[in-house]
Ligand binder design. Structure first.
Ligand code: IMP
Ligand code: MG
Length: 180
């Protein structure tokens, strides 16, 4: 039987590959934030699965906050317009904030968010993104921790959506031509 997911997407990174890379990122973050009070700032909704796996790969007493940001009005192109849809529950002032993002595509969303965060006077801000698509960059964003650098594909799964669907795939896949 061909499942819905098999008809729609080709696997790019399977679950095992994602978890192995996240373990490496977690170990690196654990070393870098020794003695610091770390806050993982999960950018909703795309980073929901990534942040839960990453948090468990970090051996430090961290806190987790959620920030809802929306730059899409459906489809596969960034609108460039960013809205904060959900804000954090605890002030970020004097916290060591590690922004956890699913993907940096044009970079427009992250440029807006980093500007917004700076105004809250955290002790430090670094960025961890599971995926980066440098070929699509419209603004330069320095990513401190990158999971995987990918070509210009529209990817879905493991939190990433196409029109709010497919976030629940346990792997990251590429939409098949004609599936969009
Ligand atoms: P940017 O502002 O163009 O960097 O895009 C930021 C947001 O768009 C990301 O945080 C994702 O939520 C979404 N996005 C960008 N590329 C993709 C993709 O290939 N698949 C699914 N969502 C994407
Ligand atoms: Mg996102």
């Amino acid at each position: 039987m061909i499942t819905f997911h098999e008809k729609t997407v080709d696997v790019l990174y399977e679950e095992k590959t994602l978890q192995a890379r996240i373990a490496e990122l977690g170990a690196q973050i654990t070393r870098d934030y020794q003695g610091k009070d770390l806050t993982l700032l999960c950018v909703l909704k795309g980073s929901i699965f990534f942040v839960t796996d990453l948090a468990r790969a970090i051996d430090l007493p961290l806190t987790i906050e959620f920030l809802g940001a929306s730059s899409y009005h459906g489809g596969t192109e960034s609108s460039g317009e960013v809205r904060i849809t959900t804000d954090v529950s605890t002030p970020l002032k004097d916290r060591h904030v590690l922004v956890v993002e699913d993907i940096i595509d044009t970079g427009l969303t992250m440029k807006f968010l980093l500007g917004n965060l700076a105004a809250r006077h955290p002790a430090s801000v670094k960025l961890c993104s599971l995926l980066a698509k440098p070929s699509r960059a419209k603004v330069q964003i320095d990513i401190d921790y990158t999971g995987f650098v990918i070509d210009d594909h529209f990817v879905v799964g493991y939190g990433l959506d196409y029109e709010e669907r497919l976030r629940n795939l346990p792997f990251i896949g590429v939409m098949k031509p004609g599936a969009i």
